[in-house]
Design a protein around this ligand. Structure first.
Ligand code: MN
Ligand code: MN
Length: 456
């Protein structure tokens, strides 16, 4: 099989490896949707972007971002043409499967304190046991203060874990189907075992001690868990995989791998013909709903704000802007895995090292729920990718009727714009650690730059 690796000269190899170093750094600092937004803003501001606030007039080349509740982001580089003539949009999601701490989480059981959880997104629950987990998130207090939490990433930090049953006593468990080898309600994270020192008999002394620690270190009370968003994620950094360092293993490639490559492409956009856009959205893993999901009015409202200062405001202009736009809905695809070849149909599988992976459609059971991009639009994409020597492949997520999945593509396509699924193929999708090829990451970044510049 020919891959893009064969075509790289020494200089390109250096560029591929250097880009991956930057991506790993992003991944290590973007383990939650909130952290991904903060890190993206930091990079955008360094590249000259400003938050859109009290802006009276815009001109070609201006760079703005809109921050939605610190959980989703829309970034724009204003083009030479009016926005109503259409935008070139890169969209990706920044939420990943994880284990969320419940609103009333803490309890004590025979001298151990545990945190009850409810998982987020589609996971094989057994994969999340017996491994070090870090706690990332925020605690919002009644007085309006917000405490940022990140425990478990520094080597000196403590961690938590969800225990697994020892193999010696797992006879009954091992005969269960994989979907309930570990039950959702048994995902309780071990968080402490030292009792508070007290003269009188306390009811839950270990829990009391833990609450004392939380009070001392984070100024939080037990009731503050109610207004907290705490996410348990695999701790540690993304790592080079393979003795040739050709791949990266890390938490949350889905979909920060497309988010980062899209963002990096946008940050380099300079006075484009059509306005360049990058949308980084939340809640994709649970249906793209809610104020910070792709279905929110947030993006449309941001476009309205820009049109309002680009000239005479008119509602029709917003509709035209959306209708005349083109979008790459960038999300991870399933990479061919030699351990499980039976789930793919070889001609239409995505392979490591073959570049960015486009999917005409996603969905399941007869393409249900998919966007199914128009052939005319795909022809334009092939043309600009070929002209710019970008490595790409067209693939499907698995054999017909083997399963499937969705993305945010249909959400924006419903606004009547041309959208096609594009992204980077990964192995172990939704596992605590996922794997991707550095060559595909680099080709995706190149593809996004070409799309922003050349799509008309
Ligand atoms: Mn995804
Ligand atoms: Mn996913």
């Amino acid at each position: 099989m020919k891959t893009v690796w064969e075509k790289y000269d020494a200089k390109q190899m250096k560029a591929v490896m250097a880009f991956s170093e930057d991506y790993k750094d992003f991944l290590d600092h973007a383990k939650t949707e909130r952290e991904a937004v903060s890190k993206s803003i930091e990079l955008a501001e360094k590249a000259g972007f400003k938050e859109f606030r009290n802006v009276k007039k815009i001109k070609a080349g201006d760079k703005f971002y809109f921050n939605n509740r610190g959980k989703s982001l829309a970034l724009f580089v204003i083009g030479k043409k009016p926005i109503e003539e259409g935008m070139n949009i890169l969209g990706a999601h920044i939420d990943s499967p994880r284990i969320d701490v419940k609103q009333n989480p803490l309890y004590e059981d025979n001298g151990l304190v545990l945190m009850d959880t409810h998982y987020y997104g589609g996971i094989k629950k057994y994969q999340w046991t017996a491994r070090p987990l870090a706690i990332h998130g925020v605690v919002c207090k009644k007085d309006g203060t917000k405490i940022d939490i990140c425990i478990g990433e520094k080597e000196s930090d403590p961690i938590v874990e969800i225990s697994d049953l020892l193999i010696h006593l797992a006879k009954d468990q091992m005969s269960k189907p994989g979907s309930n080898v570990v039950e959702g309600e048994d995902l309780n994270a071990l968080a402490g075992s030292i009792p508070a020192k007290s003269k009188k008999e306390e009811k839950d002394p270990v829990k009391k001690n833990l609450l004392d620690i939380l009070k001392k270190d984070y100024d939080m009370e037990e009731a503050d868990f109610i207004s907290a968003e705490l996410e348990l994620v695999p701790c540690g950094k993304a790592r080079d995989l393979g003795l040739d360092r050709s791949m990266i293993m890390g938490y949350g490639h889905d979909d920060r791998i497309c988010a980062y490559t899209s963002l990096a492409a946008l940050l380099e956009s300079d006075k484009p013909e059509r306005t360049s856009v990058c949308i980084l959205t939340d809640k994709e893993e649970i249906g793209s709903i809610g104020s910070t999901g792709a279905q929110s009015a947030f993006f449309e409202n941001s476009v309205a704000e820009l049109i309002n200062v680009q000239g005479e405001y008119n509602d029709l202009k917003i509709r035209h802007a959306l209708e005349n736009s083109r979008m790459l809905s960038s999300d991870v695809s399933a990479a061919y895995d030699p351990n499980y070849p039976q789930v793919n149909e070889a001609k239409n599988a995505a392979y490591f090292g073959k570049g960015i992976s486009f999917n005409k459609y996603t969905g399941s059971r007869g393409k249900s729920g998919s966007n199914d991009a128009p052939a005319e639009f795909i022809a334009k994409i092939r043309k600009i990718m070929d002209e710019n020597d970008v490595a790409f492949q067209f693939s499907e997520l698995g054999r017909v009727d083997q399963g499937g999945g969705g993305t945010i593509a249909y959400v924006l396509a419903n606004k009547n714009m041309d959208v096609v699924d594009a992204g980077i193929a990964v192995q172990n999708m939704h596992a605590p650690y996922e794997t991707a090829s550095k060559a595909d990451i680099y080709e995706a970044y190149r593809a996004y730059k070409v799309f922003l510049k050349e799509m008309d």
